[in-house]
Ligand binder design. Sequence first.
Ligand SMILES: Cc1cc2nc3c(=O)[nH]c(=O)nc-3n(C[C@H](O)[C@H](O)[C@H](O)COP(=O)(O)OP(=O)(O)OC[C@H]3O[C@@H](n4cnc5c(N)ncnc54)[C@H](O)[C@@H]3O)c2cc1C
Length: 364
Amino acid sequence: MAAKEKYAEPTYLECGFGELEYKVIAPQICCRCGTCEALCPRIEHKNDKPALVNYDPLCGLCFAYCPRTFLDMSEMESELFGRTRNANDEPLGIFTKAVSAQSRARQDKAQDGGVATALLVHALESGAIDCAVVTARDDEWRTVARVATTADEIKDAAGTKYTISNSVFALKDAMESGYQKIGFVGTPCQIQALRKVQLLKEPYEVGQKRIALLVGLFCMENFDYNELMDGLVKGRFGLNPKDVARFEIKKGMFRAIDKAGKAHEVKIEETDAYTFKGCGPCFDFASELADISVGSVGSSDGWSTVLTRTNLGERLYASALAAGVVQEKAISEKGLALAKRLAGNKALRFESKSQEMNLSGILR
Ligand SMILES: Cc1cc2nc3c(=O)[nH]c(=O)nc-3n(C[C@H](O)[C@H](O)[C@H](O)COP(=O)(O)OP(=O)(O)OC[C@H]3O[C@@H](n4cnc5c(N)ncnc54)[C@H](O)[C@@H]3O)c2cc1C
C-alpha cells in the first residue's frame, strides 16, 4: 500500500466519536451546541461536554453534523440562497432586508425589541411551526433548553443568557414527542449545525425534514457559566446570580442589573477570561445560515436589528408585520455599518485563531 493511501485521513463515514474527541472536543473547539447529543443515541452530555456512553459503530453522524468540522459556507449559501456571498461587501452574510423592529407586545423580559420571541409566537400561532426549541433559565441563570408549545412558554424564554447552552439537545425531545414542524432559536454555531443537518446530503435519516424554522441570534462570543458567575458576578460584582434581573452588553460594557435596578459593569475587554474557549474558532457573527437573524447592534435601545435571509424568513417577517405583531423603522446607515464592522472583526479573529490553533482543514 502506498504511504499516501496508508496514512490517508479517514472519510467522515469511517470516523466515530473518537475522531470528534480528538479533533474537536480535546482541542477545545467544541461549541457545546448539543447537536451530536441530540442526534446520536450513544452520545450524552456528561461533565458539561459530549460523552460516548455506548458502543461506537463509527457511523460518522456526530462528525458530519458538528458545526466545528468541515463547514462549506459556499455550498450551504448556494443551496439556501442560490448564490454565494460577495466576500468584499457582505460580512453579515446574505440577506434580503435589514431593518430595526420591535414587538408590539414587547415584554420586560425581552432582551432588545422582543422580535425573536414575537416571530416564534407568530410562527406557532399561524401554524408555520408546531413547537419551538427555546433557551430559558433557572433562577441562578443556568440555561434550560426546552420545547415550547404555547405562546406563554416561548415568552417565558425571552432574554439573553450569556452562557453556553447545548440547546440543540432539546431537539431530541421535540422529535421524540412527535412534533413535525420544529422551530429553533439560537446562536450562530447552533444554527450552523442545524442547517448542516438539513442541507447536507448525508446517508442519515434523523428527522431533518421536521426542522421548519431557524431564527438566528447575533453573537460575538459566549461565556462559560462557572467562569462568568464565579469570576465576574460573584467575584467582582459581589452579586448572587439569583439577584440578577438582567444581563446586557451595550456600548462596550458588560452589565448585570440587579433586582433593585442597580447596574454593575465592566469593560467588555475585561471579560475575556470568562469567554468560553470553544467560541474562539467561530467566524459567524450574524447567524448567516438562519432563515432570519435578530441582534441588538445597529438599533436603538428596545429595538432589534433584523435581517431576513431565506424566502421563509422573509414570509414570516412580512406576515408578522402585516398582522401588527411587530413594527419596524429604517435601520440607520451608521447602525448597519457597525454591525458589518463587528461581523468583519469576528471573521478576522477567526482567521488568526485558526492559524494559532492550526485548525486549517477542520473548520471551513
Ligand atoms: C450568547 C449570546 C451573545 C450575543 N451577542 C450579541 C452581540 O455580540 N451583538 C448583538 O447585537 N447581539 C448579540 N446577541 C443577541 C441579543 O442579545 C438578543 O438575543 C437579540 O438581539 C434578540 O433580542 P430580542 O429582544 O429580539 O430577543 P428575545 O425576544 O428576548 O428572545 C431571545 C431568545 O434568545 C434565546 N436565547 C437566550 N439565550 C440563549 C443562549 N445562551 N443560547 C441560545 N439561545 C438563547 C431564547 O430562547 C429567546 O427565545 C447575543 C445573544 C446571545 C444568546
